[in-house]
Design a binder for this molecule. Sequence first.
Ligand SMILES: Nc1ncnc2c1ncn2[C@@H]1O[C@H](COP(=O)(O)OP(=O)(O)OP(=O)(O)O)[C@@H](O)[C@H]1O
Length: 592
Amino acid sequence: MARNKFDIDENLESPFDIRHFKRALVYIKQQKRPMIIALVLSVLSAGIGLTAPLIMQHVVDVTIPEKEVGALFGWSALMLLTIVVSVILAAIRGRIMTSVGQDIIFEIRSDLFKHLQALPFKYYDDRPQGKIMIRVVNYVNSVSDVLSNGIINFIMEILNLVFIAVFMFAVDYRLALVILAGLPVFAAFLLLIKNRQRRSWQSVSNKSSNLNAYMQESISGIGVTQIFTREDRNEGIFTRLATNFRTEWIKAIHYNAMIPFTVDNLATIVTTMIYVVGLLVLSPAEVTFGVILAMSSYAARFWQPILNLSNLYNGFINAVAYLERIFETLDEPVTIKDAPGAKELPPVQGRVTFDHVTFGYDAGNHVLENLSFDVKPGESIALVGPTGAGKTTVVNLISRFYDVTGGRILVDGHNISEATLQSLRSQMGIMLQDSFIFSGTIMDNIRYGRLDATEDEIIAAAKTVRADDFIREFENGYMTEVNERGSKLSQGQRQLISFARTLLADPRILILDEATSSIDAKTERLLQQGMNELLKGRTSFIIAHRLSTVRGCDRIMYVSNKGIAESGSHDELIAKRGLYYKLYTAQKMEAV
Ligand SMILES: Nc1ncnc2c1ncn2[C@@H]1O[C@H](COP(=O)(O)OP(=O)(O)OP(=O)(O)O)[C@@H](O)[C@H]1O
């Protein structure tokens, strides 16, 4: 799909159809046992409830005319008992179904989360995070009721209808037919509005997704908003998105509301018809007053399940709009994955070879073209060059965050696209430009990639990157709580923590993308000493704009024009007086 933004509706790639429905059934089937129990309880509860009109009919036609006072008390007590029992059964069923609904949500959400973790960078490049989040959190919530209670209620209401119909026909088949006559009218009405109603809910899901995306973006970018005093303008954007959502919601609810309205009116008409037919058309000898009373009670009871079914139908149409988005996410292909027959990469020495590699993020727009180089095990490589030249792209390809468009990348002679991702990435230490800090303690953050690391190992890694001193200065030291925005931590401190995290994994191939860009020159010098020790024997790729950081690397590659324009040691490149020389002297001049 094309890149999406918070104010662009997402095209629906695969609208809901029978396949999706079968898939939803998979989640429901896992809850078969409790659902059957709930269904049985519902049937019992409804069956018991249905005896009330029969008791009523008997009391009106026999007990009262014959003045059987004792029997009247008996029937009243029985009626009370039926009500109490049916309420208790309904309550138990309610408890079971709450847990079923939550279990279904849990399963769908787990599958979504698992899948999202496997999806490649490209998926996340293409859409705002808020649009992904809303599917996992809100949409899943919205479908739970339909997939749990909805199914039971649907079966129940159908059974209810059949029961009531049997009772109705048993009492008087002619009046029963009068009650049923409203059904075709209702079916025709549903058909008439079905598509409009469905489109309306799809639009609601889009607008709520847009709004969520904007909210998420606004919260993440709150600092920039306040710096540029964009609050008023952002409020305008928010108001527009919220209004769009509101309009679509009202439209969808309008369709929903039309359904019970129609049911209510049909029920009233049908009940009136019973009196008309019962009192005016049929003779008193044919229908007693008790029969008319029982039938009008059945008419109300018959149209109640229809009303309930139509509410379920509304819920279903609404849930479909969310389910199709949920399944769309689950169907999103995991493009970066183990190839069929992928092999475990053995413990590597760290040789990295680019063999005529071509790559573009978007088709037809190459960032790298026909790039070839060979890095020996243990060699340290600096990637320098202008902004946007492709340095990060080179390291992204080594880690297989994206697959090459042409050519191949080899590690120790093994084509990385034929190796398992786990065996490749577990031998790499990658520090991305964005040194992300997770919520938890500093200790948790350093331990993130190697859960079995001991405290001593964690402290040793922090010492190596010169993070130990500042961490100990916090009141709670390594147990200091931090969060995703890295509160309490300066940018440089965040970098040092994620640096320690990367080193702790003890990788053979180390990738540092602007790992020290926010660290002051003095700390960086100290860090460099520890690093030199650490880099020994490991292949490393270091991206840095500050050239002092990479001077000591074995080889410096100057990335530009979709490839490597210059390559050599610092001294060689300075002697060459080319692009690197220019960059270096320019930086030196700035420093003076
Ligand atoms: N996820 C992406 N989707 C599409 N294009 C991208 C993506 N990431 C980078 N690019 C484009 O690829 C080119 C190379 O980007 P890259 O991040 O590799 O540059 P860089 O040399 O690391 O830049 P910098 O020094 O600014 O970090 C740029 O033109 C950029 O616009």
